[in-house]
Design a protein around this ligand. Structure first.
Ligand code: DUT
Ligand code: MG
Length: 580
């Protein structure tokens, strides 16, 4: 796994130290049966109490040393694995943040969450296990083999049969298990994805009484997850008993062969006990190894999924040499821009878009839903790259500006209000980290948020729930506008940001914006024609194409789509006037 390389230089020393402790511990374990056989064959058989006591003392001492080593490796293993896990998680989080929307769109959101949490935990657990027992098992296994052969080479023939069979079983186990666990992981992704979607849409589910449907849907993927897990576990469940059975057969054979020899006087009881002791140690270490492989299989599947994220090459590169031309502060040019979202087929979302916004202009964008308004403004902060054509900010192709520098110049109020858990103050400060209280209040006054925020008992320190659940739609929009205004950007983009605000408040916000936006470029997306009517320029979009550019009066005369929009809305207002 390529991404693991980064962590090797950091942790290999601690890792080796843990393995050293483990080796010491294994050696202590390996010495036990031999000492035991001595106690029985020499001390007990000849009734030599002093020998029993001496060897018993030695056993105690070795156990004590082993215990100290075990303590050491436990501490080391936890430290290393926890640190590694935390670092991997945060590196991955950073990586995800650095990716472009195109990159992120390739993953399901829920799958990214699973990768960030569950998959990292799997790898971390494997790492921890590696330092705790996994390395010890092969050591014990090989050590016991050697010690047992030294004890009695004839009985060791049994081992020569048993060990290869068990090794074969373990290899089979791995081969069958790997694809199964990958499927389990995928099913878990699905469960996560559904629960996320449900939780974000819980209001709709309740409003439309879709409980049964949702429960069914969840139940289906839950059952699928269960079925796949059970299938995997069932297949895997044959192996441990099979291994146990093989080894127990071996033990019986040893007892039988040894029994015959003890009767013949060629062998002592202690030797057989010690031999069986080594055999059980081999059994347990082999079982442990097969568990290790199970965990390895899971960790490998997880590591593969983590690697997919790290392997994402950012689709956006920039040439860092050029800097925006400062004389053209706030200018935007679109030159024959075509754009489509990755993975969508059919016609491009934007077709042959060309226009220029001069510094200080207010430009309105209007068009029916799905005509590509939000997509168009998303190209200015370079959320996505164009299919063809260039987008320029301050006269420089956005592909040649460091995205961070580019986005510093732009403040965007997205169509879907996004607020974060925290206070109102925190949320507004996202626009400008070092904003003073006066600046914040000024921005909030312009966006008509100051009034209702200061009416709260805690004022600007009122806590917003996740996604701003305790605020109304219009209140959220106004906080979101304040967040953009406090930034004092060169380019201000308002994407239908007053859709949930009443008309009177909207016109007050617009009045305030007029003075605020006098010397900055402002792009104003709106559904209502009254919102863009007095803009310096209005761009009319229809089905991804520009069908008209100009002032309200000009468009009223020349642009059919604009006339239609206007008529439909004026008609509505007149109707509502009549009914009122
Ligand atoms: N689209 C996608 N993927 C996205 C967003 C949009 O494929 O992530 C498609 C849907 C639509 C087209 O792009 O057919 C234009 O969408 P956009 O959101 O730009 O339309 P809009 O003019 O902003 O519509 P609305 O007034 O509803 O906000
Ligand atoms: Mg939109």
């Amino acid at each position: 796994m390529p991404f693991l390389k980064k962590y090797v230089p950091k942790y290999w020393k601690m890792f080796c130290l843990a393995v050293l402790c483990l080796t010491f511990e294994a050696l202590c374990d390996l010495a036990m049966p031999t000492i035991l056989s001595k106690i029985i064959d020499v001390g007990v058989a000849h009734s030599r109490m002093d020998y029993v006591l001496r060897m018993g003392g030695l056993m105690l001492l070795i156990t004590a040393f082993g215990a100290v080593a075990a303590c050491g490796r436990n501490i080391l293993a936890s430290r290393v694995s926890q640190k590694f896990g935390a670092e991997l998680r945060s590196d991955m989080f950073r990586k995800i943040q650095s990716l472009s929307f195109d990159n992120i769109d390739r993953f399901e959101r829920a799958s990214l969450v699973t990768r960030l949490t569950n998959d990292v935990t799997q790898v971390q657990n494997f790492m921890n296990g590696l330092m705790r027992i996994f390395v010890k098992s092969p050591l014990i296994c090989i050590g016991s083999l050697i010690m047992a052969t030294r004890l009695n080479s004839q009985l060791a023939i049994v081992l020569a049969v048993v060990v290869p069979i068990v090794a074969l079983l373990i290899a089979l186990n791995m081969k069958i298990g790997f694809p199964l666990f990958i499927k389990v992981q995928k099913a878990l992704d699905q469960v996560n994805s559904l629960s996320r979607e449900y939780l974000s849409g819980v209001r709709v589910v309740k409003a439309f009484n879709r409980f049964d449907y949702e429960v069914d849907k969840f139940e289906q993927s839950n059952q699928e997850y269960r079925a796949r897990s059970v299938r995997a576990m069932r297949r895997m469940s044959i192996f441990n008993p099979a291994i146990m059975l093989t080894v127990n057969f071996g033990i019986i054979t040893v007892l039988w062969l040894g029994g015959v020899r003890v009767d013949g006087g060629q062998m002592q009881v202690g030797t057989i006990i010690a031999f069986i002791n080594y055999m059980t140690q081999i059994l347990f270490s082999l079982m442990m190894i097969s568990n290790v492989f199970n965990m390895f299989v899971r960790a490998k599947a997880s590591a593969g999924r983590i690697d997919e994220v790290f392997a994402q090459e950012n689709t956006m590169n920039w040439n860092a040499d050029t800097r925006p031309n400062p004389e053209m502060k706030g200018r935007i040019d679109f030159e024959n821009v075509y754009f489509t979202y990755e993975g969508t087929s059919g016609e491009p979302v934007l077709k042959n878009i060309s226009f220029t916004c001069h510094a200080g202009e207010t430009v309105g964008i209007i068009g029916s839903t799905g005509s590509g308004k939000s997509s168009l403004v998303g190209l200015i902060p370079r959320f996505y790259d164009t299919l063809a054509g260039t987008v320029k900010v301050n006269g420089v192709d956005v592909k040649e500006i460091d995205p961070q520098l580019l986005r510093e110049k732009i403040a965007l109020v997205p169509q879907q209000t996004v607020l974060f858990t925290g206070t109102v103050l925190d949320n507004i400060k996202i626009g400008k980290e070092d904003a003073t209280m006066a600046e914040i209040e000024q921005a909030a006054k312009m966006s008509e948020a100051h009034g209702f925020v200061s009416s709260f008992a805690d004022g600007y320190n009122t806590i917003l729930g996740q996604g701003g659940v305790n605020f109304s739609g219009g209140q959220k929009q106004r906080v979101s506008i304040a967040r953009a205004l406090v930034r004092k950007p060169e380019i201000l983009i308002l994407d239908d940001c007053t859709s949930a605000v009443d008309v009177a408040t909207e016109s007050r916000i617009k009045e305030a914006l007029k003075t605020y936006a006098a010397d900055l470029t402002c792009l104003l997306i709106a559904q209502r024609i009254t919102s863009v009517m007095d803009a310096d320029k209005i761009i009319v979009l229809d089905n991804g194409e520009i069908v008209g550019v100009g002032k309200h009066e000009t468009l009223m005369r020349t642009c059919r789509v604009y006339q239609e929009i206007c008529q439909s809305q004026v008609g509505k207002e007149m109707q509502s006037d009549v009914s009122a």
